[in-house]
Write a protein that binds this ligand. Structure first.
Ligand SMILES: CC(C)(COP(=O)(O)OP(=O)(O)OC[C@H]1O[C@@H](n2cnc3c(N)ncnc32)[C@H](O)[C@@H]1OP(=O)(O)O)[C@@H](O)C(=O)NCCC(=O)NCCS
Length: 182
């Protein structure tokens, strides 16, 4: 098992381990209601001024490569500008993965591309047997990524999100054998 978070390269993207240097661009693209509204209610809204740096210092950086793997998403043609984030963690809540992308970049298949690379890493390098995913019922873009990457719909459960009109979460599973077949 690796302790590092390696840079992953896809057709159009670099996924690089998140650092404090990314805070300005993380804040620029993340702190927008359309991005945050679909996330768990534990994410504060209105989003606090130093929220990103606190989140990285408290939750991400101490766990990087230990039980959490968090990548910034960068276009290869603008490799110093973070445009989104994808992360993976060992203990499910019940899920094992989260992601967000800056709104100007939606709808180009970029998160599907990032999710495929991270799924390969989880099964091949970290030896996960199964990944559990989750999204708010009604988050069609996020749901579509699960469908496109071969995940199996498990069911819905009550859940709270930043947007109080979202009251249920969908759960999905993808096991290693099914991913390898895909
Ligand atoms: C969810 C999110 C990461 C998707 O990123 P993305 O790069 O736009 O996703 P992709 O382009 O790879 O795939 C989106 C899919 O949804 C489809 N889609 C987009 N809008 C849609 C709509 N209104 N109805 C149906 N499908 C839609 C797209 O067509 C695409 O599917 P396709 O490739 O089969 O055409 C991005 O919208 C986001 O950051 N949202 C806010 C944060 C969030 O929801 N995070 C996930 C929490 S579970």
């Amino acid at each position: 098992m690796t302790n590092a978070v390696p840079t992953l390269k896809t057709k159009r993207l670099f996924l690089k381990p998140l650092t404090l240097e990314d805070v300005p661009n993380y804040s620029k693209y993340f702190i927008e209601y359309e991005v945050i509204r679909h996330l768990s209610h534990v994410v504060p809204w209105p989003y606090p001024k130093d929220g990103v740096v606190d989140y990285l210092e408290t939750f991400i950086l101490p766990s990087q490569g230990i039980d959490r793997w968090t990548w910034g998403i960068f276009m290869q043609n603008t490799p110093s500008e973070l445009i989104g984030c994808i992360d993976l963690w060992r203990e499910g809540h019940p899920e094992n993965r989260g992601f967000w992308l800056g709104k100007p970049f939606w709808g180009q298949g970029l998160m599907t591309e990032a999710a495929e690379a991270v799924t390969n890493f989880a099964f091949q390098n970290l030896d996960f047997d199964k990944l559990v995913f989750s999204n708010a019922l009604g988050n069609i873009r996020s749901r579509r990524i699960k469908e496109k990457t071969g995940a199996r719909f498990v069911g819905t459960r009550p859940a709270k999100f930043v947007d109080p009109s979202l009251t249920e979460a969908e759960t999905w599973e993808l096991n290693k054998n099914d991913w390898q077949k895909l």
